[in-house]
Design a protein around this ligand. Structure first.
Ligand SMILES: Cc1cc2nc3c(=O)[nH]c(=O)nc-3n(C[C@H](O)[C@H](O)[C@H](O)COP(=O)(O)OP(=O)(O)OC[C@H]3O[C@@H](n4cnc5c(N)ncnc54)[C@H](O)[C@@H]3O)c2cc1C
Length: 182
C-alpha cells in the first residue's frame, strides 16, 4: 500500500543455531524482558515520526486552503475547513506533548512501558485522522498523485500496524494499569 522506498519481505529462520555469546540481554531468561524494553524505544520513535508527518500534512493543508479559492474566497475562510484545520492542530499538539513527556521520562531512567504505548497508540491514530483531513481539504487534488498528500495517506496507515498494532497497545496499557493497581 505504501512505503515504496523501503523493501519489505519475509525473513525466515530455519534451523538457525545461535551461539550463547549472542544471548539477548546476556542472561538466560531475560531475553523477552530485554526485547520488550527495545520496543518501548521503537514505539516512542514511531510516535515521534507520526507527529512529524502530521505537522508536514498540516502545513501542506493550510497552505493549500489559503491558496484555493471557492465561492469567492480562500477555502481557509470557510468555517468547516477551519474546523478540520483546528482539530488537526490540537491533536498534533497533544501528541507532540505526549512524546516529549515520555521521552523526558525515559531519559531520566523511568520505566515508560505505559507511556510509550499511549504515545504510539494516540500519535499513530492521530496522524491517520490528520492525513484523512488533509486529503479532504485538498478535495480531488488530495486523491491524485500530483500533490503528494495521497502518498502520506497511504504511508501513515502502516504506523497503526507495526511495532505493535493499536489493539496490542491497548492491551499493554490496560495490563500495566491493572498490574500497578494490584
Ligand atoms: C511494510 C511492513 C513492514 C514491517 N516491518 C517490520 C519489521 O521491520 N520488523 C518486524 O519485526 N516486523 C515488521 N512488520 C510486521 C508487523 O510488525 C506486523 O505485521 C504487525 O505487528 C501485526 O502483526 P500481524 O501482521 O501478524 O497481524 P496479526 O497479529 O495477525 O493481527 C491481525 C489483527 O488481529 C489483532 N490482534 C492480534 N492479536 C490480538 C489480541 N491478542 N487481541 C486483540 N487483537 C489482536 C491485531 O491488532 C490486528 O488487528 C512489518 C509489516 C509491514 C506491513
Amino acid at each position: 500500500m505504501g512505503h515504496a522506498g523501503s523493501h519489505t519481505c519475509d525473513v525466515i529462520f530455519d534451523n538457525v543455531k545461535v551461539p550463547a555469546s549472542a544471548l539477548i540481554g546476556g542472561e538466560e531468561g531475560k531475553g523477552f524482558y530485554t526485547s520488550m524494553k527495545v520496543l518501548d524505544r521503537g514505539r516512542l520513535h514511531i510516535a515521534a515520526v507520526s507527529v512529524g508527518v502530521a505537522e508536514r500534512l498540516l502545513d501542506d493543508a493550510l497552505r493549500y486552503a489559503m491558496e484555493r479559492q471557492q465561492f469567492g474566497k480562500p477555502i481557509a475562510e470557510h468555517q468547516l475547513i477551519q474546523a478540520m484545520l483546528a482539530d488537526s492542530k490540537a491533536e498534533c499538539y497533544a501528541a507532540k506533548c505526549m512524546v516529549l513527556d515520555a521521552a523526558r521520562k525515559r531519559d531520566e531512567g523511568e520505566n515508560i512501558s505505559t507511556e510509550a504505548s499511549c504515545c504510539k497508540m494516540f500519535a499513530t491514530e492521530m496522524v491517520g485522522r490528520v492525513a484523512d483531513r488533509a486529503v479532504q481539504i485538498h478535495g480531488g487534488s488530495g486523491y491524485i498523485v500530483d500533490y503528494g498528500v495521497e502518498r502520506f495517506y497511504r504511508d501513515v496507515r502502516l504506523f497503526r500496524l507495526y511495532e505493535g498494532t493499536t489493539q496490542i497497545q491497548q492491551m499493554v496499557i490496560a495490563k500495566n494499569m491493572v498490574r500497578d493497581a494490584s
